[in-house]
Design a protein around this ligand. Structure first.
Ligand code: CMC
Length: 391
């Protein structure tokens, strides 16, 4: 097979060197640029984390002010996007719309984009962080037939997004600060996770020198699947199907039966063989947020019962399957009034910060080469063509 290793799923292959995020899967440790996720979750904001991921250091007050100013300056989307959006059926999945809309950004920013110029690369990264929430909110409003809202640039990043999502003309939006804080925290937890499937996709596309907007569109596509970011939507659907704590055991039994094709959504992780530190934070936060918002969701009881039963079950214990970040996040999104089809879009907004940080790092990397894995060929040996009348 030549001098290369067969490694399906790249479980034993480091595809690049990176100084952005560190994970110790055995110990359940996650650091962004060296800072523990627990500290960032408690003390930072999503936009500050985005700046940290891109630039490598926590910003000073004035660096943050200019980053925030720059991001805010780029929140608008081109008016022509509206007619593009109008072409989607109202029932199109928002992730499908997001892939298309981000891909189309390359048509707005391509001809004069000089990827050799670091300043232009940085600007593309800022534009993506700034515009993804605007586009995401537009996709949602299109799906429910509401007129689009323009970004209110006097608000902070996450509050602005929630306004674009929910604001109704002529009615001032009374946004509960608990909601904005919870959303910002979820954005921090989802901002980066080293070489996961979507980030690796962004890097693979980026390795060819493609336009950064299509690199990120390809990341959104990879994120959509239920094994990756689509898990948050799948978890909520699963919890709804289970319905009541009494039904938990039969769901566990089904997940253990390989023939069923059913897995416990929100459980297991390629890297974490311990409790996902993000899941621990979301779990704690779910109780707080639901309490503060005065929401009593019976699905939380189902989720807690499911977690408890799985963590005691030999099948899950032996395979070191713990709840991951997406096990509880959907319950919070639901409490914030986010429709279930938008859950993975929320993940995409946050992960855009990580994707662009990796894309920038890659473009700067002198060792960057086109990503081109090999294969183990299993097809027929060399044989002669047989004409159709002889077959
Ligand atoms: N339910 C039941 N069994 C499972 C599950 C699960 N959720 N996850 C893994 N297993 C079993 C699997 O069948 C296998 O068993 P065996 O050794 O007997 O064949 C063993 O555990 C190892 O699983 P794997 O599929 O080889 O592990 P992987 O590293 O390839 O997959 C995963 C990781 C996350 C895709 C997988 O655990 C899974 O499908 N989980 C459910 C989907 C999910 O929650 N995804 C979100 C991941 S976190 C958010 C993100 O970063 O995207």
């Amino acid at each position: 097979t030549g001098c290369f290793t067969y490694d399906p799923g790249f479980t034993a292959t480091a595809s690049c060197k990176s100084a952005i995020t560190y994970i110790d899967g055995e110990e359940g440790v996650l650091l962004y640029r060296g800072y523990p996720i627990e500290q960032l979750a408690e003390k930072s904001s999503f936009l500050e984390v985005a700046s940290l991921l891109i630039n490598g250091e926590l910003p000073t007050k004035s660096e943050f002010a200019s980053f925030e100013h720059e991001v805010t300056h780029h929140t608008m989307m081109h008016e022509a996007f509206k007619s593009f959006l109008g072409g989607f059926r109202h029932d199109a999945h928002p992730m499908a719309m997001l892939v298309g809309m981000l891909g189309s950004m390359a048509s707005f920013y391509h001809n004069d984009l000089d990827l050799e110029d670091p300043e232009q690369r940085r600007l593309a990264a800022v534009r993506l962080i700034a515009k993804v929430p605007t586009i995401a909110a537009a996709c949602y409003r299109h799906s429910i037939g509401w007129p689009l809202r323009y970004p209110r640039n006097n608000l902070d990043y996450t509050t602005r997004f929630l306004h674009m999502l929910y604001e109704v003309p002529s009615e001032p939006l009374e946004l509960n600060p608990v909601a904005a804080k919870a959303m910002d925290l979820l954005f921090i937890l989802h901002a980066d996770h080293e070489q996961n499937a979507s980030t690796s996709t962004v890097r693979l596309v980026g390795s060819t020198g493609a336009n950064p907007y299509v690199c990120v569109a390809s990341g959104v596509a990879a994120l959509w699947g239920p094994a990756h970011g689509g898990a948050n939507e799948a978890v909520l659907k699963m919890l709804n199907q289970i319905g009541r704590p009494e039904n938990v055991q039969s769901a566990i039994d089904k997940a253990k039966d390989k023939e069923s094709g059913f897995r416990l959504m929100g459980f297991g992780h390629r890297v974490y063989k311990n409790y996902d530190p993000r899941a621990a934070l979301v779990r704690k936060m779910t109780h707080e947020v639901l309490g503060q918002l005065g929401v009593n969701d019976p699905l939380l009881d189902v989720a807690m019962k499911l977690e408890e039963a799985a963590l005691k079950d030999d099948y899950f214990v032996q395979r070191k399957l713990y709840p991951n970040v997406d096990f509880y996040s959907g319950i919070i999104y639901k409490a914030l009034g986010i429709p279930v089809e938008m859950f993975t879009v929320m993940f995409a907004i946050a992960r855009t910060a990580g994707w662009v940080a990796h894309w920038l790092e890659q473009q700067d990397d002198p060792e960057n080469k086109i990503g081109r894995p090999r294969q183990v060929y299993t097809g027929p040996a060399n044989r002669d063509y047989v004409s159709m009348d002889q077959r």
